[in-house]
Design a protein around this ligand. Structure first.
Ligand SMILES: [Zn+2]
Ligand SMILES: [Zn+2]
Length: 356
């Protein structure tokens, strides 16, 4: 049997659409027919050669969902439900060893020393088919749903859940989100779920459509960073938080200027979270005395996510409390994978998916 895949062979060049033979399954493996595969910001980094993890050639795609076509042996999902042919499943993009210090003692599987990732360190879902290794943790989707809507839970949604887990948001808190991409939108919905009364979102002029969607998810105020001044944004936040600033700031941009601004906007005793920093960046000058120590501010790194975060992101989308279908602004055929990358690159798309 054959499959088709969009392959990254050279950085900054169009992905090559190729046919490949699907090898016979090994014990415990699952062959999935991909229904939708999301384009993530990390796809752009890898396409441009900015992510040091990228081996070539590589089938990109770490946000996949699909129908089980074949199983060799038995498979159950993380809730203990039997997985069978014809089931719609989503999977943890990370494959962990389950044996290292971080998997077993620290219980932080995101830091597993042998973590592999579909579409990043090994072939992924920008294809008609994907073979899931035996160790892959899957979630069966029993609710009738457009599969594309669940795609962003795999990476941005799960990582946002991880970020929120690493801070404390109390009822009435003020939260600032920098970067209204899919991760920012998930963080916004999660901050609302935790009881934040004010959620401010900062984007750019280019991302106006994303700021508009933020309002539909319950943002109380949005700013385009290139249309307003730092002082305007800061004074709004202070006014809405009894002079403190944002109790929690979630940086979903990974940009040095956003980090400098966000730290200055963090309230005394607050937390600055960094789930959006996915590739190496220049050093950021920080005034430790003024911005961190003197104000008891916590700076918290957030690296990827684990299966628990994926499951909670899936449940949030399936709850239908938020219009997550609005995130899927563009759908492309597999053959148009390069156009899909470009649409996300120029911020024309919020989330583009490939639907082979
Ligand atoms: Zn491990
Ligand atoms: Zn991603």
């Amino acid at each position: 049997m054959k499959m088709t895949a969009a392959v990254l062979r050279k950085f900054n060049q169009p992905l090559e659409v190729e046919e490949r033979i699907i090898p016979p399954l090994k014990e415990g493996e699952v062959l999935v027919r991909i229904k939708a595969s999301g384009i993530c910001g990390s796809d752009l980094h890898m396409w441009k050669g900015k992510d040091p993890r990228t081996p070539l050639p590589l089938i990109l795609g770490h946000e996949g969902i699909g129908i089980v076509e074949e199983i060799k042996g038995k498979k159950v999902d993380v809730l203990g439900r039997k997985v069978k042919e014809g089931d719609l499943i989503i999977w943890d993009r990370g494959i962990i060893c389950g044996n290292c210090y971080f998997c077993t003692v620290r219980k932080e599987p995101s830091l597993c020393v042998k973590r592999q990732v579909y579409g990043i360190t090994r072939d992924g879902s920008h294809a008609t088919h994907l073979i899931l290794l035996k160790e892959t943790r899957v979630i069966k989707i029993e609710k009738k749903v457009d599969p594309a809507v669940l795609v962003p839970t795999s990476c941005s949604g799960a990582t946002a859940v991880h970020a929120i887990e690493l801070c404390s948001i109390l009822e009435g808190d003020t939260v600032l989100i920098q970067g209204p991409g899919p991760m920012g939108i998930f963080s916004l919905a999660l901050a609302r779920e935790r009881g934040a009364s004010e959620v401010v979102v900062i984007g750019t002029k280019r991302s106006k459509m994303r700021l508009k969607i933020s309002l539909e998810f319950g943002a109380t105020k949005t700013f385009a960073v290139d249309e307003t001044s730092f002082e305007e944004r800061l004074s709004y936040l202070k006014e809405r938080s009894d002079g403190r600033g944002a109790d929690v700031v979630i940086d979903c941009t990974g940009s040095p200027s956003a980090i400098r601004e966000g730290l200055r906007m963090t309230a005394p005793g607050g937390t600055y979270l960094l789930p959006g920093l996915a590739i190496p960046i220049d050093e950021v000058p920080i005034n430790f005395y003024e911005d961190i120590v003197r104000r008891n501010v916590k700076v918290q790194g957030v690296w990827v996510s684990d299966t628990s975060h994926l499951l909670r992101a899936v449940k949030l989308v399936l709850s239908e409390k938020y219009p997550f279908e609005k995130l899927i602004t563009h759908r492309f055929k597999l053959e148009e994978a390069t156009e899909a990358l470009k649409a996300v690159d120029v911020r024309k798309a919020m989330k583009a998916v490939l639907a082979p």
